[in-house]
Design a protein around this ligand. Structure first.
Ligand code: SF4
Length: 446
């Protein structure tokens, strides 16, 4: 039975020390009651209180950690079905599968290529999160050797793909310190796999054909002492998987059904590289915790990671950049000055286009409370007056020897007022950022 914030508070130390990153025990208790944090964030809770609170306050979906130190990844601990209800906490992880039996040179090259699957988008670095190494030889020592080789050439945390407990044991001898994810315990091997996971304190994937299988296995494995689990519903069919993932999420979050309160892992099956991206995108949308891909082309990963970045952006926090004067390519006194909003997607799009024009420029960013050009205008978050004040505050006049600014074509309506109320001449820029390079190269003159 769920406890209220007050009932939880009564069992906390009430010292308001702040070690849990909340200012008071009451604030922490309220978050705990809403299942947004876990009890272990308070290091001072007594054993007696812990026993009382642990089960009742545990988040409906367990937080699972994979990897170590700065490479540690977290999945799970989600509290809502839909992002607009609050937010999603831990983005789905993207893993790439590699096989043990690939010749050494080819394997090294594959790992190098995967390490380089990184992109910068709206100011954030996005990339592949995990390597899933598949045991194919049937030889435990050979698997362990390849695990070591992969670890030496990549910092990405590992998923060890083997349902053979002896191979897993050999692999763990060289990798347990780095907290890999063990794949997988099934109806046949679960006792040995659960013991390995417990001994090495590594998270374990539990694999089943049905939700009932999974719920049965997670209970047994938990009773054997392993709690960090990830679920693999071995379905293969996209529509079926989607339906089952939704059921699992509903049971965990709405019914507080603990045996399915774990994040999931899913493998792509589509043979066409295009379809594979579509399949992986579907899993990221609902509710794949880890998506393991075969494809490793940049053109496959960038759209997938972009979708993930969009879905896992916190809708409660405006996506902004600092409102200041940005200098692109060391501009000088005769360089153009472009004006834009502080919505990060707008800013980084403009910045990217200015960069690709190779024309050294200033970008004056106006604080529009994180709204893009038209939304900010419609919502009264920017105006000609605000643009003039921003240019003054950013001392733009001291940086250039001309009086021209380029305003977005979508707010051409600002022009008259800017020119009447300030010494600036407002040039109407393109409506689409993609036209900025040709605009700067062909039309800009002081
Ligand atoms: S760490 Fe524990 S004792 Fe300290 S404020 Fe948080 S809940 Fe209270």
């Amino acid at each position: 039975m769920a406890l209220t914030g007050l009932e939880i508070y009564k069992n906390l130390p009430k010292t308001n020390c702040g070690d849990c990153n909340f200012p008071t025990c009451m604030a922490f208790a309220m978050q705990l009651a809403a299942k947004r944090v876990s009890l272990d964030q308070c290091p001072h809770v007594s054993e007696e209180a812990k026993a009382k609170l642990d089960e009742a306050s545990a988040p409906p979906m367990r937080l699972v950690r994979i990897g170590k130190s700065e490479h540690e990844l977290k999945i799970g601990q989600e509290t809502v079905l839909f992002r607009h209800q609050e937010k999603f906490y831990h983005p789905s992880l993207v893993a790439i599968k590699v096989r043990e039996d690939v010749p050494e040179n080819k394997l090294d090259q594959e790992i190098r290529d995967i390490n380089n699957l990184k992109f910068t988008r709206v100011g954030e670095e996005i990339g592949v999160d995990l390597l899933a190494l598949e045991h194919t030889s049937g030889e435990p020592e050979s698997f362990a050797k390849v695990v070591k080789r992969v670890m030496d050439s990549s910092a990405l945390p590992l998923i060890l793909l083997s349902e053979n407990p002896r191979a897993m044991q050999a692999a763990l001898k060289v990798s347990a310190e780095d907290n890999p994810l063990l794949y997988a315990a099934n109806q046949e091997n679960w006792e040995e796999m659960a013991d390995l996971a417990k001994e090495h304190r590594c998270p374990l994937v539990v694999k089943g054909q049905t939700l009932e299988d999974l719920a049965d296995l997670t209970q047994k494995i938990k009773n054997r002492g392993t709690e960090d689990m990830v679920l693999d519903l071995d379905s293969g069919d996209l529509a079926e998987a989607l339906g089952s993932f939704t059921k699992m999420r509903r049971l965990a979050l709405e019914k507080n059904f603990r045996p399915l309160g774990y994040p999931t892992i899913v493998f792509t099956h589509e043979k066409s590289p295009f379809q594979e991206v579509a399949e992986a995108t579907t899993y990221i949308s609902k509710y794949g915790g880890i998506v393991v891909m075969e494809g490793k082309e940049k053109w496959q990963l960038l759209p997938l990671l972009t979708v993930r970045q969009n879905i896992y952006t916190d809708p409660q926090v405006p996506n902004t950049v600092e409102a200041k004067l940005y200098e692109i390519r060391s501009p000088g006194a005769d360089s153009p000055v472009l004006v834009t909003t502080n919505f990060s997607l707008t800013y980084f799009t403009v910045e990217g286009e200015v960069e690709s024009s190779k024309v050294p420029s200033f970008i004056s960013v106006v604080d529009t409370e994180g709204l893009g050009v038209l939304n900010a205008y419609a919502g009264d978050k920017w105006s000609a007056e605000k643009v003039i004040k921003t240019l003054e505050k950013q001392k733009v006049k001291e940086k250039v020897n001309h009086n021209k600014i380029i305003i977005p074509g979508l707010v051409a309506v600002f022009r008259a007022e800017i020119e009447e109320e300030s010494p600036w001449q407002a040039i109407i820029g393109p409506e689409e950022a993609s036209r900025i390079p040709s605009f700067l190269r062909k039309e800009w003159k002081t």
